[in-house]
Design a protein around this ligand. Structure first.
Ligand SMILES: *Cc1c(COP(=O)(O)O)cnc(C)c1O
Length: 401
């Protein structure tokens, strides 16, 4: 192999160089108006991002974690409630649940989409919960606490199978908060409504992250929550700003969780390119799919007919993940693992008493998944190089079995 140029996992430099003048202009405007927190830049971005998500309201906040936390609280999750999510996600999902005062619990994911398995949720409700006859609320039998919300995670840029989840939520009066932190612009075909729906427009509220590496990233920390419910929107606005509806009049205790104007201005500039960047990611995913079409040892991402993902990540599954990752690293190809340790096996949650085998689909996936280079500027020639190496390594693995 003569080619020794490194292939990065993602490229955060090129898009900012391309937009440098405009981005610096945002900073200059902030300096000259001393508009740093809130104000027209934030309101402008909120309108634009709500429109992008087909949601009625958007509330800019300081991170995706805060977006999820404020969404949970504003939508009605209370201290002591049980909130169900998946173990195959970033810990921010469960941090937000805990920080909202609730207790996170898990159902396993679907083997091919890695998102919440509606059948597992059905089984959880059937075997672990009972409907309280007086309150009509779903109660957890062992924990003796109300189960009030679910947080489906739209992982790797693909939405969870929302129709059956929304149907169960309706049946058991569960709040649905979408973790859309990896899914800006992803779409889901709802058979119930016979139309495509955008991530962040289906649940009671949703959280988005603008961490720099996300499909839409700030030049620092930022996030947003979306909702179609004006009451939830105004509660989230209060929570991000010390619980005040009017300056120095505090209806509740809130947080310092605002979006600053410079990040909002930067996000407005970058949002204008997001649809195109997402299309580039989709094209890159199709190229990988074709390159791996005949490779038996490489399981590519499944895209059900109801899904239009935005490929925040392109995640394959292989038998010998450690071997492949090392050989790719030796060939100067960067990869990632999302995520190597399921949440129920994290030290942080050791006190909850989960054990190995509790969520076998997530556990199995966590030791075989590998995220390949994926970003809008990824070139076909680079993908060719990645694929050649992957095919070489996995083909050897096959003959040794
Ligand atoms: C990035 C991410 C978050 C948290 O977002 P921050 O902006 O880093 O707080 C939450 N959930 C998922 C699935 C994420 O990928």
């Amino acid at each position: 192999m003569s080619n020794t140029t490194k292939i990065p996992f993602l490229d955060l430099v090129s898009p900012h160089v391309q937009l440098e003048e405009e981005l610096v202009g945002v900073f200059r405007t902030a300096l000259r108006t001393a508009g740093f927190i809130g104000g027209p830049a934030v309101e402008g971005f909120e309108r634009e991002f709500a429109a992008f998500c087909d949601a009625r309201h958007c509330v800019g906040v300081s991170s995706g974690t805060d977006a999820l936390r404020f969404a949970l609280t504003a939508a009605g999750v209370e201290s002591g409630d049980v909130v169900i999510t998946v173990p195959n996600t970033f810990i921010a999902t469960t941090e937000a649940i805990s920080q909202a005062g609730a207790l996170p619990d898990f159902v396993d994911v679907d083997e091919r989409t890695y998102t919440m398995d509606p059948e597992k949720l059905r089984e959880y409700i059937r075997t672990q919960c009972v409907v309280n006859q007086e309150t009509g609320k779903l109660m957890h039998l062992r924990l003796k606490r109300p189960v009030t919300a679910i947080v489906p995670v739209h992982l790797y840029g693909q939405m969870a199978d929302m129709d059956p989840l929304m149907e169960m939520a309706g049946l058991y009066k569960l709040i649905v908060i979408e973790d859309a932190c990896q899914a800006h612009g992803a779409e889901y075909f709802s058979k119930r409504e016979n139309r495509w729906r955008k991530a962040g427009s289906m649940g009671h509220a949703a959280g988005f992250s603008f961490y720099p590496g996300k499909n839409l990233g700030a030049c620092g920390e930022a996030g947003a929550a979306t909702t179609n419910d004006p009451a939830v929107a105004s509660k989230m606005r209060m929570l991000r700003d010390h619980g005040q509806a009017k300056k120095y009049y505090h209806d509740v205790e809130g947080y310092n969780g605002r979006l600053d104007a410079i990040q909002a201005g930067i996000l407005s500039v970058k949002l204008r390119h997001l649809a195109e960047w997402n299309e580039h990611r989709r094209a890159a995913a199709r190229r990988y799919d074709e390159l791996f079409a005949s490779a038996e040892g490489v399981v590519v991402p499944l895209v059900p007919e109801w899904s239009k993902p935005v490929f925040h990540l392109y995640v394959v599954r292989v038998e010998d993940r450690a071997g492949l990752q090392k050989q790719l690293a030796d060939a100067k190809i960067d990869t990632g693992i999302h995520y190597p340790v399921p949440l129920h096996r994290q030290k942080a949650y050791a006190g909850y008493g989960y054990k190995e085998g509790d969520f076998p689909v997530t556990e199995k996936a966590s030791s075989h998944i590998l995220s390949l280079p994926m970003f809008p500027q990824l070139e076909a020639a680079q993908q060719q190089q990645v694929a050649e190496k992957v095919l070489e390594v996995t083909a050897v693995g096959m003959t040794h079995r």
